[in-house]
Design a protein around this ligand. Structure first.
Ligand SMILES: *Cc1c(COP(=O)(O)O)cnc(C)c1O
Length: 355
């Protein structure tokens, strides 16, 4: 730390992104990216747009929000676009949480929530998940806090039914409830249908997972026009050009080929079912996932050890060195071929470590 670094941030623990190794080609199952490239129209749109990079991007993302409005059945003024959903989440924390509206989220959930809380100096409470990693909605009813729920959750993959989300939104009328739906396209039901009825609901989503665009950085927030206007106040106070021209064009093109992405989600869901079945046959405990990853625990080998042995053999998965998570690995669902290689490799590793 330099002697110039503000004391305000001296105790900040930054987020640790998953490894992105550049030295070797791995089967990359560690950061929940899509194994499929963006749809064909995306490359064309980006190529054409690259000739206009001397001009600033459109801060209102008019075309992109119109496309989103059509796909999701909303008014464009109910939509804000962000540089990844991480940026939308950060804006939402800045806008809707403070000393009077502290944050509440699960003890096991997306690792960025405590970081965004700290960087914005917002007090937060971590509410423990149950022993089986499920979330008890009763813990959030009437908490009088700004609630953040990843649904489905990460890294567990577990999904909370929409009626439970609704109960939490309904019973915290004086706070915003933020539902982070990064994985909803892999088998969940979106809370977007509740927006008509609840002015305190903010739904956040991303193009990073189901739409194969993690590298483009494109996320979104849906809410009442007033909530979205608040988020725009912060966006225009930090970076109105948060969506660059290439990403804007890529997003518009992707929405025109939305069926391609929804078909890919079906393939991921099939591969997830296959992988879950195979891992369970090997004795693994695998949580019921509604995401593009599975969270799995080996009966005979520790999470860290399995992670290291897979890495040696060219497969990257994610291991969290944290209480309650240590014995597990989070494994992204890739193509069928990648999953077959994973299962073969895990079989070899566990055979070799049999007592
Ligand atoms: C991946 C992820 C995000 C954010 O992704 P962006 O790439 O910033 O859009 C947000 N929430 C959860 C739970 C995630 O897993």
């Amino acid at each position: 730390m330099s002697r110039f670094f503000s004391a305000r941030y001296a105790n900040l623990t930054p987020y640790t992104p998953g490894e992105q190794p550049q030295n070797r080609r791995y089967i990359k199952l560690n950061t929940n990216e899509s194994p499929f490239p963006p749809s064909p129209g995306v490359a064309k749109a980006v190529e054409a747009e690259s000739r206009k990079l001397e001009l600033y991007s459109n801060p209102e993302c008019v075309k992109l929000r119109a496309g989103m409005a059509e796909v999701y059945g909303l008014d464009p003024d109910q939509i804000v676009m962000g540089n990844g959903s991480d940026e939308v989440l950060n804006f939402a924390f800045m806008a809707f949480a403070d000393e009077e509206h502290p944050l509440a989220f699960a003890d096991i959930t997306y690792g960025f929530y405590p970081v965004f809380a700290q960087v914005n100096r917002i007090p937060f409470t971590e509410i423990p998940l149950k022993e089986d990693f499920s979330l008890d909605p009763a813990d959030y009813v009437g908490v009088h806090k700004t609630v953040v729920i990843a649904n489905p959750n990460a890294p567990t993959g577990l999904y909370l039914p929409l009626e439970d989300i609704e109960r939490i939104v309904k019973r915290n009328p004086d706070n915003v409830v933020i539902v982070d739906e990064a994985y909803v396209d892999f088998g969940g039901e979106s809370a977007v249908t509740l927006l008509d009825r609840y002015e305190n609901l903010l739904v956040v989503g991303t193009f990073s997972k189901s739409r194969s665009m993690a590298g483009a950085r494109l996320g979104f927030g849906f809410g009442s026009k007033k909530l979205i206007a608040d988020l725009n106040t912060l966006r225009y106070s930090t970076n109105p050009y948060n969506i660059n021209r290439l990403t804007d064009a890529a997003g518009v093109a992707a929405l025109e080929e939305n069926g391609y992405y929804m078909d890919n989600c079906k393939i991921i869901i099939e591969n997830r079912a296959w992988t879950t079945e195979q891992l369970r046959a090997l004795g693994f405990c695998v949580l019921d996932s509604r995401t593009n990853f599975v969270f799995a625990e080996s009966p005979q080998i520790g999470g860290k050890e399995l992670y290291l042995k897979l890495k040696e053999r060219g497969i990257l998965v994610r291991h969290f060195d944290k209480d309650r998570l240590r014995n597990f690995n989070r494994i992204t669902i890739g193509t069928k071929e990648q999953m077959q290689t994973l299962i073969e490799t895990i079989t070899e590793i566990t055979e070799a470590t049999k007592p």
